[in-house]
Design a protein around this ligand. Structure first.
Ligand code: NAD
Length: 494
C-alpha cells in the first residue's frame, strides 16, 4: 500500500490549526469517544490479539484493554486540573505581573507502535496525544495485522480521521511518514530502529519519546521465600509468551539458592500452565517465524533445566529455564523477548551490582529481598527505566508513575499526567502591564553602579534554608518598594 504521507500530515496539521482538538471540551469529548471505542470493540480487540499472538483473554483484558480504559478514565478525572496554568514563584522585579507555565499542544504527533502489546501501545500514546490537545498519525505494527485491522476499521467511527489518522503498513510506510515534519514522535520498538527514527526526527528537530527494550535483571536474595518469588518471576517472564518489554530477562542469585529457586520455578510453571504448557489456553505463542527462530537459537546457551520443547508449526516455545549461562552467551547478549529465563550465579550483591552496571541501562529492574538495605543498595547503585522490589511489572501499572527507559532502553516517560506533560509544550508566560515604568527604568542604559545594585537586588534569590529571615527581608523589601512608588520620584535616585 503506498501512502501520501505529506497529505496525511498536512490534513492533520490543518485540523490542528483549526483548533479542532484544543479546548478542554473538545479533549473531553474525544476522550469520551475513546472510552466508547474501547467498550464497543473490546471483543474485536480480544479476538484480534488471539489471532496475532494467541493472547489469553485475561492478559488481553488486564494488560491492554482495561489498562487503556483506566488511562482514559484517569485523564477524564484529572484533565481539567492538568490543563490549568501553573503559577510559579517570581523575583521581586516581577511584582504586579502574572507569571505562569501554560501547557499547550505541540501540534501533530506520530505514534509508531510495536506488536507485543498491540492495543496498549497504540491506545496509550493516542490517549496522551488527545489529553495534550494534539492531532496524531498512528502506525500500528505490521507484525500484529489483525489488531491493526480492528483499529483501521473501527477507530474512524469514533475519532475524526482528519485529526487522528491510522496508517497501516510496514517499513516503506513508516519511512514515508518519518520523512515528514511532526511535532513529536513516540516510537515503541527496538533500539536499532529507534536510531533510524531519531535520525529522521533530527532532520526536522522533532522531539522524540523512545520506548525501547533491553535486558531487565532480577536479583533474588538468599533470604527469599522461593515459592513466592518463583511464582512472581515466572508470571512476569512467561506472560505473553515472554514477549514483554519489562519482563525479568534474566535472574542473578547466589549459587547456594539456585537449585531451590529452579525447583520452585518448575512448580510455579506446572501450577500456571499444567503438565504440558502447549495445551494450556493461558500460554501464548511467538509472533512470527523470524522471532520463533531467534528464540529457538537462544536455547543452546547454558544448560536447560526446564522446558526447551519447541513446535515450529505452532510457533510454540515452552517456558524454559537455562542455568550455567555465561555473560557472553547469546541468551545473555540481547534481550530474550521469549519464554526463556537464563539464571546466572553471583557471589554476592556487590557482584550483581557490578554485573548490572557493566551493561546497558535496562528498562526495568527487579530485586527480591526481605532486607531493606539490599533493596536500597541495588536501587541506589544502579539505574534503569523503572524499579520494582519484591514483585514484577508493577511500576508500569501505576498511572501516576512515568513509564519509560533510560539510555539504550529509551528516553522520555509517559502514562497519565506524564503523557500530558510529555506531549505538551510548557510555555513560559509573563503577563505584565505598562505601569511601574519608573521602577523598571533601573535596567535601561545609561547604566550606573546604583542602577546595577538595585537591579541585582530586585532579581536576587536567597537560600531556602534561611526561610524565616527571607520572609522578613521580603516583607521589608515590599514595604520599601511600595513607599518609593507612592511617595518618591524613583528616577531621582539614579
Ligand atoms: P516491530 O517490529 O513491531 O517494530 C516497531 C515499529 O517499528 C513497527 O511499527 C514497524 O513498522 C517499525 N519499523 C520496523 N523497522 C523499521 C525501519 N527499518 N524503519 C522504520 N520503521 C520501522 O517491533 P520490534 O522492534 O520487534 O519490537 C520489539 C522491541 O520493542 C523489544 O525490544 C521490546 O522490548 C520493545 N518494546 C518496548 C516497549 C516499551 O514500552 N518500552 C513496549 C513494547 C516493546
Amino acid at each position: 500500500m503506498s501512502i501520501d504521507a505529506a497529505k496525511i500530515v498536512a490534513t492533520c496539521r490543518e485540523s490542528f490549526n483549526k483548533g479542532c482538538t484544543r479546548s478542554y471540551e473538545q479533549r473531553k469529548q474525544l476522550l469520551e469517544s475513546m472510552l466508547n471505542f474501547i467498550k464497543d470493540h473490546q471483543q474485536d480487540m480480544i479476538d484480534a490479539m488471539t489471532k496475532d499472538l494467541r493472547k489469553p483473554r485475561s492478559e488481553a483484558m488486564g494488560m491492554e484493554i482495561s489498562f487503556a480504559e483506566n488511562e482514559v478514565i484517569h485523564a477524564l478525572n484529572h484533565l481539567k486540573e492538568w490543563m490549568k496554568d501553573e503559577k510559579t514563584s517570581k523575583p521581586m522585579a516581577m511584582v504586579g505581573k502574572d507569571v505562569y507555565i501554560k501547557s499547550e499542544p505541540v501540534g501533530v504527533m506520530l505514534i509508531i507502535g510495536a506488536w507485543n502489546y498491540p492495543v496498549q501501545l497504540i491506545l496509550h500514546p493516542l490517549i496522551g496525544a488527545i489529553m495534550a490537545g494534539n492531532t496524531a498519525v498512528m502506525k500500528p505494527s505490521e507484525l500484529s495485522p489483525a489488531t491493526a485491522a480492528v483499529f483501521e476499521k473501527f477507530l474512524p467511527k469514533y475519532l475524526d480521521k482528519d485529526c487522528y489518522t491510522l496508517v497501516n503498513g510496514g517499513i516503506p510506510e513508516t519511512t514515508a511518514l518519518l520523512a515528514q515534519r511532526f511535532d513529536h514522535i513516540l516510537y515503541t520498538g527496538s533500539s536499532p530502529v529507534a536510531k533510524i527514527v531519531m535520525a529522521a526526527a533530527a532532520k526536522h528537530l522533532t522531539p522524540v519519546t523512545l520506548e525501547l527494550g533491553g535486558k531487565s535483571p532480577a536479583f533474588v536474595d538468599k533470604d527469599c521465600n522461593m515459592y513466592t518469588v518463583a511464582r512472581r518471576i515466572a508470571w512476569g517472564r512467561f506472560i505473553n509468551s515472554g514477549q514483554t518489554c519489562i519482563a525479568p530477562d534474566y535472574v542473578l542469585l547466589e549459587r547456594e539458592t539456585r537449585d531451590k529457586f529452579v525447583e520452585a520455578l518448575k512448580d510455579a510453571v506446572k501450577e500456571f500452565y499444567g503438565e504440558n504448557p502447549q495445551d494450556s489456553k493461558d500460554f501464548g505463542r511467538i509472533i512470527n517465524e523470524r522471532h520463533f527462530k531467534r528464540v529457538v537459537s537462544l536455547l543452546d546457551s547454558g544448560k536447560c533445566v526446564m522446558g526447551g520443547q519447541t513446535d515450529e508449526k505452532e510457533k510454540y516455545v515452552a517456558p524454559t529455564v537455562l542455568v550455567d549461562v555465561k555473560p557472553d552467551d547469546p541468551v545473555m547478549t540481547d534481550e530474550v523477548f521469549g519464554p526463556v529465563l537464563p539464571i546466572m550465579t553471583v557471589s554476592d550483591v556487590d557482584e550483581a551490582v557490578n554485573f548490572i552496571n557493566s551493561r546497558e541501562k535496562p528498562l526495568a529492574m527487579y530485586v527480591f529481598s526481605n532486607k531493606k538495605q539490599v533493596v536500597d543498595s541495588i536501587l541506589n547503585r544502579t539505574s534503569s527505566g523503572g524499579f520494582t522490589a519484591n514483585d514484577v511489572l508493577m511500576h508500569a501499572a501505576v498511572d501516576t508513575l512515568p513509564f519509560g527507559g533510560i539510555g539504550n532502553s529509551g528516553m522520555g516517560g509517559y502514562h497519565g499526567k506524564h503523557s500530558f506533560d510529555r506531549f505538551s509544550h510548557k510555555r513560559a508566560v509573563v503577563i505584565g502591564d505598562q505601569s511601574l515604568e519608573s521602577l523598571l527604568a533601573i535596567r535601561y542604559p545609561p547604566y550606573s553602579k546604583k542602577k546595577e545594585s538595585w537591579f541585582l537586588w530586585l532579581m536576587s534569590k536567597s537560600r531556602k534554608s534561611k526561610a524565616f529571615p527571607v520572609l522578613i527581608y521580603g516583607a521589608l523589601l515590599c514595604a520599601i518598594v511600595g513607599f518609593l512608588l507612592k511617595y518618591c520620584d524613583v528616577t531621582k535616585i539614579y
